[in-house]
Design a protein. Structure first.
Lengths: 378, 378
């Protein structure tokens, strides 16, 4: 049975060109970047080269880019290390890697609600800003419903507010789901902190990057020898950093056009061939590779398992919450009932997804839905 | 010029068998272990297999082994996550990945001094234990001078003390430098927490393991989606975990015999052919692959660079502190003067180190030392 992977929001395969770039750093150029000798200096140069690539992608200076062990670590550094115990404004649909550090933060946190389409209104963010607000953290693209948030507009508005303030409000965005298809230029977005993940952009797992605008101080969340200027202690994961640099370098936004065409085909065909299906999130303000559909009278989990037995890999909510029985906080935030949230499915396309694969999904889905509805008697 | 790597305490090359084991997990079996579908379940099984191997090595239960992004993270979890704000007893020669979290801990910390040979006395540890002590953390093998600490004896003694206490004292050991050559059986050692590192045992960078005895609670240092049972949030680094499992499986203590023979040859030949050289640390209580020598009238840094220009990679202190100008805290702790500490060199052999390589070092060193002493006029 051919396996069809349509869960690219959970993780992506590492590209061959990325694996090739990483390869020498396992057993040939394996030095510890902290070592003074040649093996160490080779590793330092490799990291610097990767840093240059990431900085170029972000329109940032090299010294503004730090590597971490994951996007989760980058988000923790942003929330726990940069908010300084002040008030944090965030959205109700953030990833748990932002929401959970917010819960642990010593300052208070305001979650701004989103529209029924899953998009944040700039004015709703601004009206929550208080005199003690130190950080605003809003994800660029939601990982479940793929909605694109107005980051540049929020950034610009915070910039205006900061003109009248002594203590500047920092603006962070988790751009993990955006980087394949949308500009992450930090000047365009007016962000102070931005998170990237290796394994969401056809690079390796075990590496993230955090952009930190010059002059912004971030306290570490772990302590040890000073690596990445104290931000991330522990020997640098050189092959993964090299791989992340290559993956970032190879990002090609033009791929989004074909992905978007296939995405729209999936949405159109499924919503027209099956009754009682609605698209979760916005149709327009949506990342090119995300489809999220609510099926009336169907358990998302059963649907996922049925599709899996046909060799098609999709997800219900986010992969990170897949073992939770409670309905997705994102779907509840856009107004879905518990029942409809439980009946939702995320289909996330990749750059290598073919029309044939998409057609296969489109043909397999109607009989599965029919059968599941018969079983549940709905 | 042939390159000779004698800095295995800083990092080790990844073995070919380990790279092979990791390979499929980059682009074929690349799933996110949190995903419910087959790609995800393949990843879960791969992690479980690796966990089984590590548990077997430690004589532990599988559920007592967690994977982290580094040994530094495992040490941070042990100190910040397990001490619970109580008093911590540690040694004066710990790695900064233990000493620095200790500094950030909300409880007080006592650093126990070591003998001039760099070995901790069990009674010196015990006498620092107070009624509010919650954690004792002592490294198994020192990363600079290779001294082996009496972990089993300390563990046993703490066990005796715990019999009379309501709130048990936890015992942690950083076994990063020990695992290639010494038993890390957690029952023999009577430890509650034990840290391993992938890249010190011919496995990959970017992965560590933490043994946590059943019943012991460790709070996370980062927050996000619950992976590794909440211990380490963020998508698991599947290839690195798989590689770590394989590396642990292939540990063969018998290799220590030949390594020890070569180590002793290095020590004997250098101390007899060059005047004013002393061995730092104990001759007997020493890991098989570590040589650490103090050269009178020589700057360790100059020596390192001279050797590097001959293609021989060694280090002064630990790699992790290599960019610091202050003398090694470990060498000062065993009573060396600033000057002698600055004149020290660490030569750490590996399992693949050959007699030819060692002979090359032995022949190159005397003329270099002679020249450096002439330059400095000492």
């Amino acid at each position: 049975m051919k396996k069809i992977y349509l869960d690219h929001a959970a993780t992506t395969p590492v590209k061959e060109s990325v694996i090739e770039e990483m390869q020498p750093f396992f057993s040939e150029r394996f030095g510890n970047p902290s070592s003074v000798h040649r093996f160490g200096q080779e590793a330092v140069m490799a990291i610097d080269k990767a840093r240059k690539k990431v900085a170029h992608f972000l329109g940032a200076k090299e010294r503004e880019v730090g590597f971490t062990s994951s996007a989760t670590e980058a988000n923790n550094l942003s929330v726990l290390g940069a908010a300084g115990g002040g008030h944090v404004v965030t959205s109700s649909i953030e990833h748990s890697a932002v929401l959970n550090p917010c819960k642990m933060s010593s300052g208070s946190v305001t979650q701004v609600p989103v529209s029924s389409e899953g998009v944040l209104r700039v004015e709703d963010v601004l009206k929550e800003i208080r005199s003690d607000t130190t950080l605003v953290s809003v994800m660029y693209v939601n990982n479940e419903i793929g909605t694109v948030q107005p980051i540049a507009e929020i950034g610009k508005a915070i910039g205006e507010i900061n003109k009248k303030r002594k203590k500047k409000i920092l603006f962070h965005t988790d751009a993990v789901q955006a980087a394949n298809y949308l500009s992450c230029d930090v000047s365009e977005l007016s962000v102070d902190l931005l998170t990237l993940s290796g394994h969401k952009i056809y690079g390796p797992k075990g590496v993230g990057a955090l952009y930190i605008r010059e002059g912004v101080t971030v306290s570490p969340v772990m302590y040890g020898a000073s690596h990445e200027r104290g931000l991330h202690p522990g020997t640098e994961n050189v092959p993964a950093i090299v791989g992340m640099g290559k993956a970032v370098e190879e990002i090609d936004f033009r791929k989004g056009e074909e992905v978007k065409r296939l995405r729209d085909k999936v949405i159109d065909e499924i919503t027209s061939s099956i009754s009682g299906v609605t698209l979760n999130g916005s149709r327009e303000k949506r990342i090119p590779n995300n489809v999220n559909l609510a099926f009336e009278g169907v358990e998302g989990e059963s649907l996922l398992i049925s599709l899996d037995s046909e060799g098609i890999a999709v997800s219900t909510g986010s992969a990170c919450a897949s073992h939770s029985l409670s309905p997705s906080h994102v779907l509840l935030a856009i107004g879905l009932s518990d029942r409809m949230a439980h009946g939702s499915l995320r289909i996330s396309l990749g750059n290598e997804t073919t029309e044939e694969e998409v057609d296969h999904l489109i043909s397999k889905l109607p009989p599965i839905i029919k059968r599941l509805r018969e079983i549940s008697g709905r």
